[in-house]
Design a protein around this ligand. Structure first.
Ligand code: FES
Length: 74
């Protein structure tokens, strides 16, 4: 779906940006021009970024271990 109509930015593009390390609407503005015209998309873009980061946090446990634990070197 289109999130930013002024610049034709989709939710998929915002999720991809989040995966690439974008962490704020300010950075989305710099990379995709989100919220740089009318600004109506800023709140939804922020929500999408937060959701993408939460999903990434749940998908990748600490240390990359599927069990979420780290081996202790002996
Ligand atoms: S809808 Fe994104 S700047 Fe207007």
């Amino acid at each position: 779906m289109y999130v930013c109509l002024c610049h034709g930015v989709t939710d998929r593009a915002i999720r991809q940006a989040a995966q690439a390390g974008v962490s704020s609407v300010f950075e989305l503005a710099q990379t995709l021009r989100v919220a740089t015209c009318c600004g109506r998309c800023a709140e939804l873009a922020q929500d999408l970024l937060a959701t993408a980061h939460q999903a990434a946090a749940h998908a990748a446990p600490a240390g990359g271990c599927p069990a979420g634990e780290r081996a202790v070197a002996t």
